[in-house]
Design a protein around this ligand. Structure first.
Ligand SMILES: NC(=O)c1ccc[n+]([C@@H]2O[C@H](COP(=O)([O-])OP(=O)(O)OC[C@H]3O[C@@H](n4cnc5c(N)ncnc54)[C@H](OP(=O)(O)O)[C@@H]3O)[C@@H](O)[C@H]2O)c1
Length: 238
């Protein structure tokens, strides 16, 4: 990439793997999060940490300035309302981030990779009992899809470490939000990174699940096997 990539939530489990992978590719990485202590503990020195909170638009302008891409992998609170609710992190936070990116003039549009979750289109799912988490995640997804930016939306199944998955290896990318399953954090992080480099990942929303078999060799081909959002009826996404 020509300029820095921002990883919002880059001190978290998925985010810190994304950060390392991007640094290994020679990218300049800006990590945004609320805890300097967490950053010290988890980030390699080459990552540049910015204190920021997606609920506070003023804290995003500087770290997002001139970024060529953003990976958004923020864990929500579970309160019904207020600052620790999914509404504030998964919807308002996404809107604040988009706003900061779209306000920049004189610079090319950034790419946006959003880590969402499986089941977002299923309001009856028990996960929605936590502050309507699924509804607000879907609202965040919809804002990204409508933003005009190049985007990829990744909906992982239950996150787990690769070492916990007996039959891990293969990665299933699926659409339609009907299935369930576990997926390795490492594979979700790799999908975030690959989405930034593979042209066929643009304009896609998909679910991820691990399974038995060989790890993917060619992500461009994996992404190319999916349907672009513009060709999917809106009701199948939302
Ligand atoms: N657990 C699952 O099974 C599962 C399944 C599907 C999808 N997901 C989703 O996958 C994503 C990544 O999960 P994870 O396990 O890597 O999460 P995690 O380890 O809890 O990391 C979350 C990151 O978000 C940051 N963050 C939280 N609130 C923030 C705010 N207001 N402003 C800026 N940064 C904030 C945290 O840093 P600070 O706290 O220091 O700010 C941290 O770096 C999350 O969206 C999660 O909900 C999880």
């Amino acid at each position: 990439m020509n300029t820095a990539i921002a990883v919002i939530g880059g001190t978290g489990r998925v985010g810190r793997i994304v950060t390392r992978k991007l640094l290994d590719r020679g990218e300049t990485v800006r990590v945004i999060g609320r805890s300097t202590q967490r950053a010290r503990r988890h980030l390699p020195p080459r990552a540049r940490f910015f204190l920021g909170d997606v609920r506070d638009p003023g804290s995003l302008a500087v770290p997002l300035r001139d970024c060529s891409a953003v990976v958004y992998t923020v864990e929500p609170g579970t309160d019904t309302t207020g600052p620790d609710s999914p509404q504030s992190t998964l919807h308002s936070g996404v809107l604040n981030t988009l706003d900061a990116l779209l306000r920049q003039d004189g610079f090319g549009r950034a790419q946006f990779v959003l880590v969402s979750q499986r089941h977002v289109t299923r309001p009856e799912h028990p996960m929605n009992a936590y502050g309507r988490m699924l509804d607000w995640r879907l609202a965040g997804e919809n804002a990204v899809r409508a933003s005009g930016l190049d985007y990829t939306i990744i909906r992982p199944g239950w996150l787990t470490d690769r070492t916990e998955l007996a039959d891990d290896g293969r990665v299933h990318l699926e659409q339609g939000d009907r299935r369930d399953g576990y997926v390795a954090l490492q594979d979700v992080a790799e999908a975030c990174v690959q989405a930034l480099y593979c042209p066929s990942a643009k304009g896609l929303t998909f679910e991820m699940r691990g399974g038995a078999g060989n790890p993917p060799g060619d992500w461009e081909q994996l992404f190319a096997g999916l349907s672009a959002d513009e060709s999917v009826p809106a009701r199948a996404l939302a």
